[in-house]
Design a protein around this ligand. Structure first.
Ligand code: PAF
Length: 280
């Protein structure tokens, strides 16, 4: 499996490629990432996986310096999925040889709500690095996990509004046997927190079942879910039902069309903040 670190080597490795499939990551790979890579491999190739911890999407108090850099392990995991994956692992100087003063600023109506309200500027950092990676990799298809649902919507909107000729594929969330969405952050959970963690997905599943069964009082359904997980010791940032395509609250008519809806949640267990969502 080939690993390249510079834009020049990436271009050489992709010379003549017409239908590159791209899976951007920040490394510290787990089965969730590998499922995105498998999704990419099903679409043809070559498949490029980028591994780059993007400073622009971390707030000053967040853990940029402590974010695990595990390139050798990541490469071994990718090689076990396919020897044909091309890994692009640039360093900070390669990606940001000068301060990144040109940025992609997503529509605040989409990017300043939910995760964006708790992590101001996060989606500008994500959109900027993804646009830059798209410029370097020039993919025909890019795969993003639905686990980061709002990120997927921001990228879809960016590609549409900036007329980038890239098909964005949203891949289903990989889950542990007990329902917990796979995430690098799960590794921070203490044993008793790990046992509790599936309660978030369970709360979202319950919301989905209530709405599919005809529940229409969304504020009451949301409030019941918040109270339920707060009572179990979670500090809840949000549990909410939104329209899938723009993540705004649904109208009464739209509530009657559950397949347009997604339930999203973010909550902290001890020091670890988890997010999850379920398409209804
Ligand atoms: O989802 C992630 O891992 C990151 O936000 C991404 C898309 C690789 C951009 O840094």
């Amino acid at each position: 499996m080939e690993i390249v670190h510079t834009a020049a080597d990436l271009r050489r490795a992709l010379e003549g490629a017409r239908a590159t499939v791209f899976v951007p990551t920040m490394g510290n790979l787990h089965e969730g990432h590998l499922s995105l890579v498998r999704e990419g491999l099903r679409r043809g190739g070559p498949v490029v996986v980028s591994i780059f911890v993007n400073r622009l999407q971390f707030l000053p108090h967040e853990d940029f310096d402590r974010y695990p850099r595990t390139l050798a392990d990541d490469a071994a995991k990718l090689a076990s999925v396919s020897p044909d994956v091309l890994v692009f692992a640039p360093d900070e100087r390669e990606m940001y040889p000068e301060p990144q003063s040109f940025k992609v600023v997503p529509d605040p109506a989409l990017a300043d709500i939910l995760e964006g309200a708790f992590r101001p500027g996060f989606f500008t950092g994500v959109a900027t690095v993804v646009a830059k990676l798209f410029g370097l990799v020039q993919p025909r298809v890019a795969v993003f996990g639905k686990k980061d649902y709002q990120q997927l919507m921001v990228i879809r909107r960016m590609v549409q509004q900036l007329a980038m000729p890239i098909e964005i594929v949203g891949a289903d969330t990989a889950r542990a046997g007990d329902g917990l969405a796979l995430s690098s952050r799960n590794g921070f959970l203490r044993p008793e927190e790990r046992s509790e963690a599936p309660a978030l997905a369970a709360a979202l599943d319950r919301i989905a079942r209530q709405i599919r069964a005809g529940g229409r009082d969304i504020p009451a359904i949301e409030a019941e879910a918040v109270a339920g997980i707060a009572a179990r010791g979670w500090a809840v940032d949000y549990v909410t039902v939104r329209r899938r395509f723009d993540l705004l609250p649904p109208s009464q008519d739209e509530i009657g069309t559950p397949e347009c809806l997604v339930a999203l949640a973010a909550a902290r267990l001890g020091a670890t903040r988890l997010i999850d969502n379920v398409e209804i």
